[in-house]
Design a protein around this ligand. Sequence first.
Ligand code: SME
Length: 174
Amino acid sequence: MALATSSEVPTSRLMFDFRPAPDCPKPEAYRQLRDAAHALTEGESDGVANMANIAALLWDFLPALNWAGFYRMIDGELVLGPFIGRPACIRIPVGYGVCGAAVRDLKTQLVRDVNAFDGHIACDGDTKSELVVPILRSGQAVAVIDLDSPKEARFDQDDASGIESLAELIGPRI
Ligand code: SME
């Protein structure tokens, strides 16, 4: 029996493998990640489905993570959204932890050593470094992307730029 082409199969039944080549330079990997996120979320109106697929993409694309996912702003506080990793704290007030700082300041938080960040919320004792990028709509934070790593100084400016570009793309889609 011939395989159906993608145009004949509902998107919900397609198999996806978007992983970059192992030796892919970081900025190129982030371009591919953004393209994959665009392809997966374009035309899909369910924000939870879109965040879940993007959490899976982040996990597939980025090495040395122990947590990748979302917190959403709901009634003035951050609430846990779709993620991959160990169970995490559910609600974070604005201004608390790395995530709360990102929505308070509307700025990316690149934390090379979580122990040196005053107020860091430790959901997993293995976490050593963290990157949190706010997702904005009309200048307001509606969510954050949170990445944790068990490696100290795992994230650099290329990671911050790549995730900021992803946040810009998905702002209207979550
Ligand atoms: N470390 C975060 C809390 C969320 S977990 O890392 C999943 C913070 O300080 O805001």
